[in-house]
Each structure stands twice: as C-alpha cells, then as structure tokens.
Design a protein around this ligand. Sequence first.
Ligand code: FAD
Length: 494
Amino acid sequence: MNDTITVVGAGPTGLTAALVLAHHGIQARVLDRRDAASTASRALGLQARSMELLAMLGVADRVEQTAYRLAGSSIMRGERVVARQRWFPPDSPYPYTYVVPQQGLETMLRDRLAELGGAVEWGRAVTGVAADPSGVTLRTAGDGDLRADWVVGADGAGSTIRQAAGIAFPGERTGEVYHLADVRFRSDPDLGDGAMWLGASGPLMLMRLPDDGLWRVFIDVTDEGSAQAVRPDRASLQALLDRRGPGTLEVREVGWTSVFRSRLCLAEAYRSGRLLLAGDAAHVFPPFGGQGMNLGIQDAVGLAWRLARVADGAPPEMLDDYARERRAVAATVIRDVGARRRIFALRHPLARAWRDVMLRVVSASSLAARAASRSTSQIDLSYRTGRRTAAPAPGDRAPDAPLPTGSLHEAFRVDHFALLRIGASPALPPLPEPVTVIDIDDDSDPDGDVRRRYRMDAGLVLVRPDGHIGYRGTDVDSVVAAITASSPTYDRQS
Ligand SMILES: Cc1cc2nc3c(=O)[nH]c(=O)nc-3n(C[C@H](O)[C@H](O)[C@H](O)COP(=O)(O)OP(=O)(O)OC[C@H]3O[C@@H](n4cnc5c(N)ncnc54)[C@H](O)[C@@H]3O)c2cc1C
C-alpha cells in the first residue's frame, strides 16, 4: 500500500500536484479553506514551459481553446507608442504567453482531476499541524483531525504549513502598492493586446483579457496617499486612467478588483521532514512578467513525480533534490523580477529619462527582444550544476523535436522516464522502472532534428518525468542508477 498524501490548497499549485499524483495512480486528498472555488482573476499568463507540462497532464488543449496568444505589447506616452515589445516565439510547441485568468485555469485543472477520480474538499481549513516520525496530523475545520504520511503545503503566501514547519520566509517589502481591476470601457481601446505607461508615479498597465471587451488594469498607486488602501472603484480608476493613461478611456463597468502590496520573499527551505512547500507558499513576488503562477505549476510537477515515487518506497532523500532544484530556480526568478520592479518603480526624472531611452534601445534590438521572450517563456530555467555547454545537459529541459509519429514531447509522460537511444548506442539491460525507450535513428529521425537539437550522434539521454534531462552519456549503468535513485547524475557528460 502506498503512503498517503494530503495537498493543502487547491490553487494552481495544489491542483497540479494532485493531478501529477493522480497520473501516478495516487489519489491525494486536496483540502481548501474556501467554501467554494475562487472567482478571483489574479494571474493571467501561462508561459511556454508551464504549457509543456500541462500538455503532459491533459490540460494544455483546454487552455488553448479559451486563451489567446499574447504577441507583445507597447510602451506608451499618452496616445503615442514610444516602443514596441516584440515577441520572438521560442522553440517550444507552445511558444507564446497564453492569456487565461487564473480561475479559468483552476476550473480546467479541477475538471481534469475529476476525470481521474479526484476532488477538492472545500471548507477544510488546516488550522494545526503536528508532524512525528511516522506521519503528520492535520487539524482541520470541518471533520476534525486527519492523518497523512506526506503533506504538500500549496496553501499560498500566508502558508499555515510553512509556519507549522518553522520555515522562515525572509525577504523584502518593497513599498509599492498596486490596484488591480478587470474593467470594460465604453468603447474598446485600440491598444492591441496590451500597453504600459511609465509615468512619474510608476507603471500603469492594461492587458486585454480573453473575455470579449474585458481589460485588466494594473496601476501603481504608491503615491496616491490614503487612496491606496481602499479598493479601486469606477471613479478612482477613471481618475487614475485620465491622469496617467491615454486620457481617452471611459470606464463603463468594473468587475474583480484587488490591492497588491509588493514584496519579494523566498522560503529558507522547501522541505521539513514530511512537510513540503510549493508555489506561493515558498515564494512571492510582484507579477511583472507573469512568472509566479508558472513557478508554482512547475514546482508542483517537480515535487509530485518524486513524491509519488517516495510514496511507493523510493528513498525520501530524493525530495531534497526537489527542494534544491526548485529553490534555486525561484531565487533566479525573484532576482529578475526584482530588477524589473526597480526599473518600473523609478521616480527620479533623470533616472526615468535614462530608463526610457534604454527601453527604446532594448525594444529595437532583435537580440534583446529574443532573449526577453525566452526568459519570459521559462524554457531556459535549468537545474544544471555543471559548466555551461551548448549541448543540452543534465538538469536542462529536454528539447522537443519532430518525430514521424508526432513529436518527442508527445512521447514524454509525467509518470515515466523516457530514454532516447540515439544512433549506435549500447544494448540495454532490463530497466528497473516504467521507462519509454525511444530509438532515434535514420528511420525515426530522417532529417536529423533530434540528433541536431540534442547535439548527439550516438548515446543515451534519460529524460525524467518532469521533462528535464537526468543523464546524458554512453554508460548504461549510470542510466540504470539514475532511474533507480530517481536522482540526476550531473557530472557525466558525453
Ligand atoms: C493580484 C494578483 C495578481 C497576480 N497576477 C499574476 C500574473 O499575472 N501572472 C502570474 O504568473 N502570477 C500572478 N499572480 C500570482 C499568482 O496568483 C500566484 O502565484 C498563484 O495564485 C499561486 O498559486 P498557489 O496555488 O501557489 O497559491 P494560491 O493561488 O494562493 O492558492 C492557495 C490555496 O490555498 C488555500 N489555503 C490557504 N490557507 C489554507 C489553509 N490553512 N487550509 C486550507 N487551504 C488553505 C487558499 O484558499 C487557496 O485556494 C498574481 C497574484 C495576485 C495576488
């Protein structure tokens, strides 16, 4: 019998973790303190790397049916476009930012979970946690205590699990306050998919939502005195837009609103014994670049495939690999988002003038725009610890490539390792766990796409269930060892 797993929090992170576990045949309990599903729009953008993972979970197609593909936005002064942020689609089957409000994504994740036999238990706030060597007791509002072998704390920025685990959440309150609102205008603005004004009081951003005629307003209200503490309404938004935007937009209707106080925090650890953190419970930062929810989804995949194996008897130490890999990635993203925040928050006229010139220069450069698109897409986020090489190495995302019957990514499974046996590679012994062996030769790879993208003519590439490379080389024993330990062998390069 498998260990039992309870996921606390039914946001995008907790639902994704439960879905991965369900693909492994494990029905986790999913508890949420809300009485019903959230209707808050919050995060809007799914990046390429998240979509690749959601494809393995059977959710990306649903996203594509309702989301639209964001293809850049404009930096404005009044009604004039001063720079255009161009999008260079990265090498991914999902090469855009897919705009879908968070509650829509959560519905899709829950629907998929229901298809696999899972469900959220609403109205079950976890109020107390007691971990002992053999398991965890969760005190919950609702039916009282319950017991689990492992607990995933996907319970957001104020995480009860993080606090119970005694994990510190150090960081910085940066002082900015933003108002967010989903609004309809009297007439639809002619602003493409999105636009940003960088004035003397910080940024104002507008982004089109998939729902016809609905726009997200995001505005820095730090300098607005006591008005910043009050939720935005039609009059306050109209006044701010008149003063800080094009001056031609008339707000007709206001839907969801929120006040967001900027801080950048990263949990000191992602694991304490049987308690594990993922998503906003482990990291929070402002939404510049639409990275937060995406990190949570990717945390969930990185954690849950390992937890499934641990629940099945694999050594729990492999959960430390999750913590090491994902915490390092979050630290990198927080650094990048922090830099964007500082640039957008500039107040001094000279600093702003310099920034605006730099933004124009960077926007005009294809090289810089290409790099920005790749960075936003998160496909380059890597767990690599060795030196940088041009060839995809252990820790990197496994690139996609066409196959006569589809593509490599379509052959990857969140409950399987994939082993690419490229060219005249060694014979394989019986392999220890579910592994999909994909032979790459002149028949299966007639144009050499796979071999070119992996920069390998002969050898073995082991792809983990989270779509990252676990081993690359020619040593069959190392492949077997990597699968057995479910831990990447970083130091062997071909
Ligand atoms: C206003 C706003 C705008 C944002 N915009 C973007 C964006 O454009 N792009 C982007 O990528 N990210 C954005 N984010 C961030 C994004 O919303 C979060 O990163 C994302 O929601 C994190 O998902 P999560 O599942 O980790 O946590 P959450 O979505 O916070 O989910 C946590 C869940 O846990 C439940 N819970 C909490 N405590 C308990 C408890 N004790 N017991 C049981 N259940 C509990 C909550 O009810 C909730 O359902 C935005 C955030 C905000 C606030």
